[in-house]
Design a protein. Structure first.
Ligand SMILES: *Cc1c(COP(=O)(O)O)cnc(C)c1O
Length: 361
């Protein structure tokens, strides 16, 4: 029998979550963000499931190549743009669109012999201070792009919000105001909203929304789950019990003897660990489902296994199903218990796991 640890991807939930985006932003096109192997869900699988999206956003050429090799024909946008001049040839060959965020990239376009026309998403830094043109460089950069024979005239102006997942943050207001004052008179398409802004800032939606995390059914807001926003988790991390121990008060479990039984108890050993992407920092007490019933992690996960409390699970047997996150157990809860964010957990599931589509369990 193969190792029972697996990741189940619910394609129906992915489509449902895209339809939630559509109903929240009815006037906007959707650039579905599927970078980082679609946040761990599998980039080709997700692109096929979300074929109703208007375009896909990826981080790099390798990801875009995987989509084209799988026959995905929708527009694909490189979110960080070309890393060097050679990338422009691949952009043309693969019929990609690209973000341009720095004058160095404009120089690459000016010197390039590609014919294009390449559609550009021009990124302005309105306060996140990661990627993007300085506001004062916007007009001269647009002039330069307009003179490039290989650049499509239909440029999209975009910016990215640093604090949209903290409702009411002052930086969000200042970013939105700056973006609007820079772009209001330009008659070009605009794009601002990530998932948090799709969910909470309707005035940011404009021509293109750029949802990522919400497509996977996860909330970008601390203290909430996707279900609070009508979303369904697309990823469920499942495995099984592979051993059951009856231990005495004072017995320890696992490396470092970190967990000690306060009383006689039944402990289950589960086939999944940090080598699969389960967080090593998850604390004792992190929720786990055994047979659909909630119990808790004991000690830290090891590489391939972790221990759970079976004291409250009647009739647990070797082979019983375990859910580490997903349907019935929001990944947001696991993230909170591991001092991280759900984005990191879902995008860290390892390729050694079996991936199953629409798997019931
Ligand atoms: C990753 C990313 C998004 C999606 O963000 P979520 O918080 O996952 O919705 C949107 N825009 C850009 C530029 C990104 O890099």
């Amino acid at each position: 029998m193969s190792r029972p640890a697996r990741v189940c991807i619910n394609l129906h939930s992915l489509r449902h979550n895209l339809s939630r985006v559509r109903s929240l932003a009815p006037g906007s096109h959707v650039l579905a963000i599927i970078k980082a192997d679609a946040y761990g869900h599998g980039i080709v699988r997700v692109a096929r499931a979300l074929d109703a999206a208007d375009a896909f956003g990826v981080a790099c050429l390798e990801e875009a190549t995987a989509l084209r090799e799988a026959g995905i024909r929708q527009p694909v946008v490189l979110l960080e743009g070309p890393f060097d001049a050679e990338d422009l040839e691949s952009i043309e060959r693969l019929r990609l669109q690209t973000v341009i965020h720095d004058p160095v990239q404009i120089e690459m376009l000016e010197r390039s012999r590609i014919r294009g026309p390449i559609k550009i998403w021009l990124k302005i830094d309105t306060g996140m201070h990661r990627l993007g043109l300085r506001p004062g460089d916007l007009n001269p950069c647009i002039e330069r792009l307009r003179r490039c024979a290989c650049v499509d005239d239909d440029i999209v102006l975009m910016t990215h919000l640093a604090c949209a997942s903290e409702p009411g943050h002052v930086l969000t207001d200042s970013q939105l105001q700056l973006f609007s004052s820079l772009t209001a008179s330009m008659r070009l398409a605009r794009s601002v909203a990530n998932s948090a802004a799709v969910l909470s800032i309707p005035e940011s939606h404009c021509d293109w929304v750029r949802p990522g995390i919400m497509l996977y059914g996860v909330s970008p807001f601390a203290g909430e789950t996707g279900a609070d926003h009508g979303l369904e988790p697309a990823m469920t991390f499942r495995t099984r019990l592979i051993a059951i121990k009856s231990l005495q008060a004072g017995d320890s479990v696992g490396y470092g003897a970190v967990w000690r039984c306060p009383a006689p108890m039944t402990v289950g050993i589960v086939a999944a660990g940090y080598g699969d992407g389960y967080p090593r920092h998850a604390l004792s007490g992190t929720p786990v489902l055994v047979n659909g019933q909630r119990t808790r992690l004991l000690g830290y996960a090891s590489m391939d296994m972790l221990a759970v409390d079976l004291s409250t699970i009647a009739d647990a047997r070797i082979g019983d199903p375990v859910t580490l996150w997903g349907e019935g157990l929001p990944v947001e809860e696991i993230a909170a218990s591991a001092a991280t964010i759900a984005y990191e957990l879902i995008s860290s599931v390892q390729k050694r796991l079996q991936f199953v589509e629409d798997g019931p369990g």
